[in-house]
Structure formats: structure tokens, C-alpha cells
Design a protein around this ligand. Sequence first.
Ligand code: PMP
Length: 446
Amino acid sequence: MSHIFPRSCHGSRPVAVSGDGCFIIDQSGKCYFDGSGGAAVSCLGHSNPHVVEAIKEQLDSLAYAHTRFFTSLPAEELASLLIAHAPEGLEKVYLVSGGSEAVESAIKLARQYHVERGEPQRRHVIARRQSYHGNTLGALAVGGNEWRRAQYAPLLVDVSHIAPCYEYMDRSADETVEDYGLRVANELEAEILRLGKDAVMAFIAEPVVGATLGAVPAVPGYFKRIREICNQYGVLLILDEVMCGMGRTGYLYACEADEVSPDILCIAKGLGAGFQPIGAMLCTGAVYDTIAKGSGFFQHGHTYLGHPVAAAAGRAVLKNIIDRDLVSQVRERGRFLERKLRERFAAHPYVGDIRGRGLFWGIEFVQDRMGKEPFPPEVNLANRLQKVAFEAGLLCYPMSGTRDGKNGDHMLLAPPFIASEAELLGMVDMLEKAINSVLAPQTSKV
Ligand code: PMP
């Protein structure tokens, strides 16, 4: 009997024993193509000798040194590499162990920044509906995924949630894309004014919404307007690139596509690429200096901050991405994948939308393409699709719709950057079979 407390107490899972390129192999020898990189984690696949070697070398020299006393070479070098390629203004790196920790750090840093500037009344965070920022209590509070928040609501601090930028469901037919982007961005200004001009400390958003909506980028101009509003009202802009960062969208930092720089940026998943748990919060020199010249101490911290082995893995992953120019490869393979997804699914009667960037794609399912009506929750569509695909040897990441505002079930694809065109085609073939077995195109069988 397993003594592991599983994610779900229903059913059992195969035992994963090895990894090879884009594949995971279980105890019975069955191979699974990792079409979602787990949850947009395994950007280099499952067997990268450079990263493995870097981890071993670090373990041989030093496994751990507490950051109260020491810094370490891999942590210093990783931070320098991140900053050398970072959006304008970002100058300092705080290394943590994952995405939720990065978001918690960002929220606390934003608060401390305002306190040290003499504006302790700034205590509100504004975030967006249908978003996900992590499962720890602070990150869960800013997240706008009602299903994940529901039972913990009494424990969560009060956060305002404005509309996401979700063109497929929310743009009205008589609105231009530009007008739509401005309308939803301006909700931020309205909420700041409602709370009080100097009451808001930060706005947080994912440049490309991952887990909750399924690879939804903002429309052009949206984030520029958001940046303007934040500047006007002294609100810090926190971008959560935990899922969409580190090359996943065809840009090393996803916000490059939106031509904005945040005050604070969070990354994780692709940084460790699954080889080690690591995340990071990057901040501007201005934010850092306020604290450095004030109390001189960021009142936060975890035992494993800047862990040398995790940092060595992150450094090797990032060097791999840069040295092999994998970001260009993501763009090129991404164009190929987009073409294939559209060829196969654009006309499918139950596919409402196909969207994404780079190697980060979402397919949204609706029961009525004209009315964009999602399937009822009891159909449990995304989970059923995921299960059928998994049995056939494909990992893709599902999310049910309608639990959280109006959105359909979707399937998220985030294959490793190293996937060949043939492998991507194989993934699309397997996905098509799964979709057609659950949602036969000519019938209303579900
Ligand atoms: N932010 C975003 C955008 C995420 O997608 C996730 C994880 N899915 C997190 C934060 C939380 O990261 P972690 O699970 O590593 O704590």
C-alpha cells in the first residue's frame, strides 16, 4: 500500500521511473510524450546531461549554505545571467524554491516598499479574475480562480479582482480589438479610484494566462495601458511569469512581447525545468534601493533561499536555453505547432478557440461555437480528455470551465522546447484521437 498522500484520492497512478528526451517511462515500460511539460515545467525534456552534470558538480563541492551567512557562486552567476537578459529596469534577483514562494515574496516586497517610502496606507492588491498565482494563502488570495479559492475564502485577505484580458469570450462583436484591450485595462484605473488613489500597492497579472484559462495572451496595447495606469497612480506592476516565462512563449521573458517592463517579476517552472525546485523574484533597482537605503532588510525569507544545487540547475538550464538559442527554436516550432493545431481542430464543431504563443497553446472546447456556450461541468470534459490522452501515452494539462466565470473546458499544451516537428506532429495525432473519441465530430456524443 502506498503511504503517499496523493493529489487525488481516486484511482491510482503509474510509477514514473525514467525520462528520455520528451518522454517519461513508467514501471511497465510504457512511454508518455510530455505534451504539457508536466505543467509547463520540463522545457528541456527529461534527460539533459549538462543540467544533470551541473547538479552533480555542485553536490560534490557544496550542497547548502544558509543565505544569512553566505552567498554562493551558482546563485550569483544565475542572478547575473537572469538580469543580463531581463526586461529594462530589473536589477535584483531573489531566489526561492518555486512559483508560490516567488509570488508571496513579490506581494510582501511591494508592501514593504510602500511602507518604507512612507505610504503605509497602500495595502490593497488588485488582481484579475480567472487567474492563478499559486496555492499558498497569499498567492491564493490574489489568484482569481474561484474553484481553488472557495473553501479557503475565510482565510484569504481581501483582494479586488478585475476582468482578465480574454478576447475570445469577452470582446463584444461591435468592439475593435484595441478598444476591447483599453476597456478591460481601464478597469484597473476604475478600481484604483474606487479604493482610493493612494490605497493600492500593486497590480498582479500573468502576461499569458496559464492554468486557469489556457494560454491566453493579452491583446496588443493592453499591458501598455496597464503600465501607464500603474505609473500614474504609483502602483507597482507585478508580472507573474511562473508558467509563461523562461522562453515558453518564444521570448525569454513573456512580457517582452507586450513591450512592457514590470516593477517585480516572478518566474519558476521553466527555470528549474523540473531538474530542481527553484523560482525567482526579480525587481527594479528603484524597489530594491528603497529598502536598501531604508531598513536595509527585506523582512522575509525561507530556509532554502538561493539553494546552491537548485541555483546550479537553474544556471545550467538558462545557459542551455541561451547557448542553444532555444527561444528562436520555440518560435519556429511554435509556428509549426500552431499550423497543425489549426489544420486539425479549427473546424471541429466543439473547438471554440485555439490560442497561444511559442510552445504554449490552449484549445478551448464549447458545446455551441456560435453562442460560445461551455459544456456543463457534469460532463467533466477536460478531465475525460486528459484521461483518454494519458492512456494513449500523451500528457496534456486539462482545466474544466464554467466553474469560474464563463469559460469552456480547455487543454493546455506546453511541450519541451527540444521537441522535433515529428514529435509535435505525433502529439497532435494523439490529441486528435483523444478528442474524437470523447467528442465525435459528427454526433453530439459526449
Ligand atoms: N503562478 C502561476 C502563473 C502558475 O502557473 C503557478 C503554478 N501553476 C504558480 C504561480 C505557483 O507555482 P508553484 O506551483 O511552483 O508554487
